[in-house]
Design a protein around this ligand. Structure first.
Ligand SMILES: Nc1ncnc2c1ncn2[C@@H]1O[C@H](COP(=O)(O)OP(=O)(O)O)[C@@H](O)[C@H]1O
Ligand SMILES: [Mg+2]
Length: 452
């Protein structure tokens, strides 16, 4: 919608510019033509004035000569006569295209020639000494009549030239006025277009801002939704972990109470049978011995399973001892040297379990992936929080590379964060792995891990 409007503005602007140029050009052409006409008509007018002046000069010269007989008067007379014919020639070329005025000029020319002939006649007779004759010519009205006619016709032509000059001047004024109005109008139109353009730009900007605001709002909404969903999922995960631990505890208790009681009862029965039967017959003694061993390994297996499900050492011996046992058993199983350095810490059962599971999963990972020779397990006790660190010298990995199907580290992080703590996984290929967690003793926010 905005693009065509923009195009229309552009076309209008181009049109206005073209109009401005056209008006200006037309005015310029008309003015130049009118000005050259003015120059031409002014020239013609002065040529006519000069003609009159020369005729008068010629008359004055001839009169002077006639009255004094002094040949010096003939000089201006002759010069004026020469100029007159010259003048007439040039006027003829000027008036050639205009039939009416050419006719007037022809009459003027005739009268001028008659006047010249009359003066020539009197001068010649004066030269010949024919006094009466030249005086007679002078006395008649012929010269005056010719002169009047010349004045009248020249005046006619002069006033017509003046009229034309005025007309040309009017034309120039008209052109100037036209340019003035045209330029003013186009300038106003330009201002109007500019105003419209500005208004449109502002409207566009406003629309853009509104759109931006709407987008921002939508994004905020989405972010809130994502945050809410993430929180829900985290709660769910915490709940599932709790349920899992509870179920494992329940299972461990049942195995201990029920299966334990059964196995113990069976073992007691076997012992009683053994004492009753004595060594008779020997085959039965061997069988009973085997049964006792089977029962013993059953009891050991039960204990192992219970321990795996829920480390009883945790409630019986405390976190430090349980971790030491875990470390020792791992070291025996895997052949990797484990150095525990554990401070006693006063923690509730759920945090103890969190730390136990963290160390357990880290050791499992070391056994599965690290190819390490040494592992250090550190537990440090501070006033408000504890720090746990498991560091191996194995092959390391890139923690930023996403592994969608693995959940050990993610579960660890979730558990630690659910307890208000923070987990740091620092590793690089070839440089070992360091898992560190800072856990508050109460639900307040944990301090940063010592050297994370
Ligand atoms: N100590 C370690 N040394 C080397 N690589 C490790 C170590 N711990 C974890 N990893 C790498 O990180 C990945 C993710 O581990 P984890 O989240 O525990 O998932 P899983 O144990 O199910 O594979 C592992 O697949 C392994 O490549
Ligand atoms: Mg794992």
């Amino acid at each position: 919608m905005h693009l065509p409007r923009m195009a229309i503005s552009l076309v209008l602007a181009a049109l206005a510019a073209c109009m401005l140029i056209a008006i200006n050009e037309t005015g310029y052409n008309q003015s130049t033509r009118a000005l050259s006409q003015i120059a031409e008509y002014t020239n013609t007018r002065s040529a006519l004035n000069r003609l009159l002046q020369h005729v008068l000069d010629a008359e004055t010269g001839s009169r002077g000569y006639l009255l004094t007989g002094d040949p010096r008067y003939l000089e201006p007379y002759n010069a004026a006569v020469a100029e007159i014919s010259h003048n007439l020639d040039s006027l003829r070329t000027v008036y050639a295209p205009n039939a009416d005025e050419f006719a007037t000029l022809a009459q003027l020319t005739r009268n001028v020639q008659r006047k010249l002939a009359e003066m020539d006649l009197s001068v010649r007779m004066r030269k010949q000494g024919n006094e009466d004759a030249w005086k007679f010519v002078l006395m008649t009205d012929v010269g005056k009549e010719h002169m009047d006619a010349i004045r009248e016709q020249a005046g006619k032509l002069i006033s017509s030239a003046s009229l034309k000059v005025e007309a040309a001047q009017a034309q120039v004024e008209k052109s100037l006025m036209l340019s003035r109005i045209g330029i003013a109008a186009v300038a106003m139109a330009g201002l109007l277009a500019f105003y419209l353009y500005l208004r449109q730009t502002t409207a566009l900007k406003l629309a853009g801002e509104q759109q931006q605001a709407a987008l921002q709002q939508e994004r905020d909404l989405l972010e809130t939704q994502v945050r809410e969903r993430t929180a829900t999922l985290a709660e769910l995960a915490t709940h599932l972990q709790q349920v899992r631990e509870e179920e494992r505890g329940q299972l461990a208790r049942e195995l201990h109470d029920e299966l334990g009681a059964l196995l113990t009862a069976a073992k007691l029965d076997v012992a009683r049978l053994k004492s009753k039967l004595g060594a008779q017959p020997p085959e039965i003694g061997v069988r009973l011995q085997h049964l006792t061993e089977t029962l013993n390994s059953g009891i050991a297996l039960k204990r192992q399973i219970i321990e795996d499900l829920r480390p009883s050492s945790l409630s019986n011996l405390g976190l430090t001892a349980s971790l030491e046992i875990l470390a020792r058993e791992f070291s025996e199983r895997s052949g990797i040297e484990v150095t525990p350095s554990l401070e006693a810490a006063d923690l509730d059962e759920s945090r103890q379990l969190t730390i136990y599971r963290l160390v357990q999963e880290s050791l499992t990972n070391v056994g599965k992936y690290a190819e390490a020779r040494q592992v250090e397990i550190t537990l440090r006790d501070y006033a408000k929080h504890v720090e746990v660190e498991i560091r191996d010298n194995g092959k390391g990995f890139d923690p930023s590379a996403a592994r969608p199907s693995t959940h050990g580290l993610a579960g660890m992080r979730h558990r630690v964060e659910a307890a208000g703590g923070r987990l740091t996984v620092a590793s690089r290929p070839g440089e070992g792995t360091r898992i560190a967690a800072a856990l508050p003793k109460s639900m307040a926010r944990a301090a940063e891990p010592a050297d994370a």
